[in-house]
Design a protein around this ligand. Structure first.
Ligand code: 13P
Ligand code: ZN
Length: 278
């Protein structure tokens, strides 16, 4: 006699717990006004098998891009229009678990997105980004996008191109070169949610785990929510220091390029070349 498999409640899983915590932090820090920000996280197949009946597809979302590289993979992703400050009230509405179809043209919904919710308008960037980061780092799992306030303010300074932005961060706070020795990527301003911004961001993710969207926000990636969030927090905190230091009347004492290099060397890190000026 065959016995039906009993699946664990995904709503009580650590995946949901960690995403709700990230949403809470972003919201409390003022980075998640209204529906600002979106998140996605790979759910390993072994975990997915504990929570989801692979034959119970609730709905499907047609994609206007092909992501065959991710076929069969499971993602926890935020819903478009979801308010992060309210995510914990009804996680099964603001979050969904989708499996990429075998042909890579569809997302199959296995959990969540209740009441007709759908994946974030930035899902192209998330999926294209996951494809790139997985090639760079087999442990990659998470992409976070948030409207980090000080990072946006710093991005208003048009004199800060990609290299100058990285240099300013490295010189402003001793830990920056250790946390992101590869620097930060920066794409020109583009309309949110488009193929254009998604492709440009994915291209930058070849070289960086952090991407600045000028006048909009930041993308952080990593092998866990903690790692992606830690990268974003470090940039955001340093951007705050940068902005506050601009008001100082005395001659500001930033780190010299030698001090930045000495700090990196202490941790056996080689900062990306061509950024510092010595
Ligand atoms: P979504 O609500 O569609 O995720 O959009 C929020 C956002 O930050 C767009 O860049
Ligand atoms: Zn945004």
């Amino acid at each position: 006699m065959s016995r039906a498999k009993v699946y664990e409640d995904f709503g009580k899983s650590v995946f949901i717990e960690e995403m709700l915590e990230a949403a809470r932090l972003m919201s409390e820090r003022g980075w998640a006004e209204r529906n600002a920000g979106n998140m996605s996280c790979i759910i390993p197949g072994s975990d997915a098998a504990r929570y989801f009946d692979p034959d119970q597809v609730k709905r499907a979302f047609k994609l206007d891009l092909n992501i065959k590289e991710l076929s069969g993979m499971f993602f926890l992703i935020t819903a478009t229009g979801s308010y992060f400050r309210k995510l914990k009230i009804d996680p099964a509405k603001g979050l969904g678990v989708v499996r990429v179809s075998l042909d890579g043209n569809r997302l199959e919904l296995l959990w969540g997105f209740e009441n007709g919710a759908a994946p974030t308008s930035e899902m192209r960037m998330h999926f294209m980004g996951h494809i790139v980061r997985l090639k760079k780092d087999p442990n990659h799992k998470v992409i976070l996008h948030t409207h980090a306030t000080n990072t946006i303010v710093m991005s208003i300074n048009g004199a800060l191109d990609e290299k100058a932005f990285t240099r300013a961060l490295w010189r402003m706070h001793s830990e920056c070169v250790v946390v992101f020795p590869e620097g930060v990527g920066l794409v020109p301003w583009m309309v949110p949610g488009t193929q254009e911004i998604s492709a440009a961001t994915a291209q930058k993710l070849e070289d960086f785990r952090l991407i600045i969207w000028p006048l909009h926000g930041i993308i952080g990636t990593g092998s866990s929510i903690d790692e992606a969030m830690g990268l974003i927090e470090t940039v955001e905190k340093t951007a705050e220091i940068y902005i506050k230091s601009m008001g100082l009347t005395e001659l500001p004492q930033f780190l010299t390029d030698k001090q930045v290099l000495d700090t990196a060397a202490r941790f056996d890190l080689k900062p990306k070349q061509g950024i510092l000026e010595l």
